[in-house]
Ligand binder design. Structure first.
Ligand code: NDP
Ligand code: OXD
Length: 317
């Protein structure tokens, strides 16, 4: 009988020990005999690794890796790790149950904003049966990034009756969503967006994309929801535009520094809602199934670059 495939698990804050059993079960179901080991710094001669912010020495010690699986969607920190072998294929999760949760999160905040739902809670709750109801044209929602997550957010907002537009590098066909592609169309996209949702990966091109110039291209009174990455926004510029009233509010789930430092202005700003990077937690079972299916394909001889979630290092996502 073949020896089981050895797989290192190094998931830092994601509690590695809770992943080995779902990963083993998913591999067994996919027809792969696999042995998952919590990586503790000693060489286990792993063929694959499942990681989230792993210790950098993993790559120096486990020199027989054929592919590494990122237990999340964003790979910017993995790509920046010193010692990451230049030709080691990286596979990231594609949706894996994160996208619907993020669409739920975004639509929840869109509803709070557009329907004024905050009026009805807390100690100062409005107790007025005749309170205003919005009956006009719903605001335009613009989603930056129409990938696995952005497209799901766009579809969900569209289902709730919003006019939805999306911006991506290449043109997209998402039902009912107006597609804007490339830097040349960003100004036009922003000018027609009242609620901006950032679902971009962090790359050389998206870092600091939303600066004073770009955010000022949104119409006065626009709102921002960021579930992509904190570094896509220039914090001082966002705060200045909120203070000046050009932007009405920001809901931020991701930050340049995480945890968000206690003294950061975002925590106390009256127009900012801070959530602690929880819009899209990685659900274990669907993630394990996606990783297991990819391992099974690799074991059958598939090229990593042919699999969903293969990271194109030249693009950075
Ligand atoms: P995808 O790779 O599927 O989608 C990325 C999208 O961004 C694509 O539509 C891509 O365009 C677009 N894009 C990338 N670069 C540019 C650019 N320079 N100009 C215009 N469009 C660009 O990623 P996912 O949807 O799976 O994930 C997106 C991000 O969400 C992750 O990278 C991560 O940062 C974040 N995330 C946050 C979570 C949270 O809990 N807050 C959880 C999970 C993810 P094209 O399709 O044309 O290439
Ligand atoms: C991810 C995240 O990238 O959780 O998956 O932010």
């Amino acid at each position: 009988m073949d020896r089981p495939v050895r797989i290192a698990v190094a998931l830092s804050s994601m509690k590695s020990e809770q992943w080995t059993e779902p990963l083993r079960a998913a591999c067994a179901q996919a027809g792969v005999a696999a042995q998952f080991e919590l990586w503790d710094g000693r060489r286990i001669d792993a063929r694959y690794a499942v990681v989230w912010l792993p210790p950098p020495e993993l790559f120096a010690v486990e020199t027989g890796l054929r592919a590494v699986f990122n237990a999340g969607a964003g790979v910017e920190r993995l790509l920046a790790m010193p010692g990451l072998p230049p030709n080691l294929p990286i596979l990231r999760l594609v949706d894996a149950g994160m996208a619907p949760k993020m669409a739920e999160y975004v639509c929840f905040y869109i509803a709070r904003i557009t329907r004024g739902l905050d009026r009805f809670g807390g100690p100062d709750a409005l107790r007025d049966w005749n309170a205003d109801r919005p009956r006009g044209t719903p605001p335009a929602v613009g989603v930056l990034g129409l990938g696995a997550i952005g497209a799901q957010i766009a579809r969900a907002a569209q289902l709730f009756g919003y006019r939805v537009r999306g911006w991506s590098r290449t043109p997209k066909a998402v039902d009912g969503v107006e597609s804007f592609a490339g830097a040349a169309r960003l100004t036009e996209f922003l000018a027609g967006t009242q609620i901006l949702v950032d679902a971009l990966p962090l790359t050389g091109e998206t870092r600091n994309l939303l600066d004073r110039t770009r955010l000022s291209q949104l119409p006065r009174g626009a709102h921002l929801i960021n579930v992509g990455r904190g570094e896509t926004i220039v914090d001082e510029d966002l705060l200045a535009l909120l203070d000046q009233g050009h932007l009405a509010s920001a809901v931020l789930d991701v930050f340049r520094a995480e945890p968000l430092p206690a003294e950061h202005r975002y925590w106390h700003h009256p127009r900012v809602t801070v959530t602690p990077h929880l819009s899209g937690p990685t659900p274990r079972e669907p993630a394990a199934q996606q990783i297991a299916a990819a391992i099974a394909a690799l074991e059958r001889g598939a090229a990593a670059s042919s699999l969903a979630g293969y990271v194109d290092r030249s693009r950075g996502y």
